[in-house]
Design a protein around this ligand. Structure first.
Ligand SMILES: Nc1ncnc2c1ncn2[C@@H]1O[C@H](COP(=O)(O)OP(=O)(O)O)[C@@H](O)[C@H]1O
Ligand SMILES: [Mg+2]
Length: 377
């Protein structure tokens, strides 16, 4: 028998461990799973004992790493590994695989996994929200500082142009004016959406369909769109135009990343009792924009939601910060996960009023509003 029953002490330890422990035999079938691992996989030990690793972990890359560890005898550790169980369940673990060689020649593989999702997700979201509001303050300040003298510069160049009689010299004032205009429009875009959302009941699928319609014209013929909608999502109370703009920025990036061919899946779901930043919401709408393109380049990945961070020669790096800011204004958040072959941008929008978990530390979603009196975009 590969799993000689642990004696009472070992059993007590294993059963009370916070980490999930799994033991596979030489043919990579599960021989033991502790209660923490049962909880993680949301199945009982009885149902999965004897199951092949390939069927339990629907991640061929991980399964082959485990098989390699078993045959080579080399242990490995992987951090922040995303495990998918079925189509909906997904969690992140730190995983260690330890090949065991018994004196009788038997080989087994001990796998230990600790779920890191919750801490990770909450820290990441807080960082995103804090980052996005800090950036907004900085960029607003900077943009206003540039904008005011720019008006004066342009006006002076216009006056000068009127005084000039030589066409050759007018060329120079023309350059000043057109460059001032270019800078002005850049600054306007940096200031981003400033109007407060005009909230009305909005069907998220109308938003997605509109974006699809707009991009169908732009996208190369080899790019196909797939809708995977949950028709039961209730209407949002939101500014439809702002949502369209935010989703458009995400889907347009996907189109650009794909180049000539690929697919973009637009998936909607609801999440119950979901926490965004510091606020727990009864019901949250989730929209995933998934593309099978090359993934976000490593050098821009960290700062993707910061303005001016771009991986494209003709990019402005403003699409994502603007989208994030628009969604934040609705109490929501955009998250991103990317690897070669799959990039997912997830828009989370509260459907039902949330209750703060504690006093918010950051002027995130609800707190920030436009500067009164100034019109942007
Ligand atoms: N779906 C995606 N796949 C790969 N890279 C992406 C994707 N979405 C965004 N990016 C990367 O993020 C960068 C920033 O995007 P964005 O803020 O919209 O600015 P811009 O599109 O002007 O570069 C892009 O230049 C690109 O490198
Ligand atoms: Mg863009």
């Amino acid at each position: 028998m590969p799993n000689s029953p642990p004696d009472a002490l070992y059993q007590r330890i294993l059963e009370n461990l916070h980490s999930g422990v799994l033991l596979f035999d030489a043919s990579m079938r599960l021989v033991y799973v502790n209660p923490a691992a049962e909880m993680l996989f949301a199945v009982s030990a009885r149902r999965i004992t004897g199951v092949a690793a390939g069927d339990l972990l629907s991640d061929p890359g991980l399964v082959s790493s485990l098989a390699r560890a078993l045959s080579s005898g080399h242990p490995f550790t992987e951090r922040e590994l995303v495990l998918r169980i079925g189509p909906e369940r997904r969690f992140t673990v730190d995983l260690t695989a330890l090949p065991l060689a018994e004196p009788d020649g038997r080989r087994e593989l001990l796998v230990e996994m600790t779920q890191v999702d919750r801490q990770l997700r909450i820290t990441r979201e807080e960082n995103l929200l804090a980052q996005s509001s800090a950036v907004r303050v900085l960029v607003r300040g900077l943009a206003h500082e540039i904008k005011n003298p720019l008006g004066g510069l342009r006006g002076a160049a216009q006056l000068l142009e009127r005084e000039l009689h030589e066409e050759e010299l007018k060329e120079y004032t023309g350059i000043i004016i057109s460059e001032a205009d270019r800078l002005q429009s850049l600054v306007n875009r940096m200031l981003g959406p400033n109007a407060l959302p005009q909230r009305r009941p909005v069907n998220i699928h109308h938003v997605v369909e509109r974006v699809r319609q707009l991009l169908r014209v732009e996208a190369p013929v080899g790019v196909c769109f797939i809708s995977d909608f949950d028709p039961s999502i209730p209407e949002l109370l939101a500014d439809q135009d702002q949502l369209i703009q935010a989703v458009l920025n995400l889907v347009r990036n996907a189109v650009e990343a794909l180049g000539e061919r690929g697919s973009i899946t637009l998936r909607t779901r609801t999440l119950r009792q979901y926490t965004i930043g510091q606020t727990r919401h009864k019901l949250v709408a989730r929209l995933d924009v998934i593309d099978n393109g090359p993934g976000i380049p490593a050098e821009v990945k960290e700062g993707i939601f910061l303005p001016m961070v771009t991986g494209r020669p003709e990019g402005t790096g403003l699409g994502l910060p603007i989208a994030q800011s628009l969604i934040n204004q609705h109490g929501g958040l955009i998250e991103c996960e990317s690897r070669p072959g799959e990039t997912v941008f997830t828009v989370l929008l509260p459907l039902a009023i949330g209750t703060p978990l504690e006093t918010p530390k950051i002027g995130g979603a609800h707190a920030q509003q436009g500067r009164p009196g100034s019109k942007k975009r």
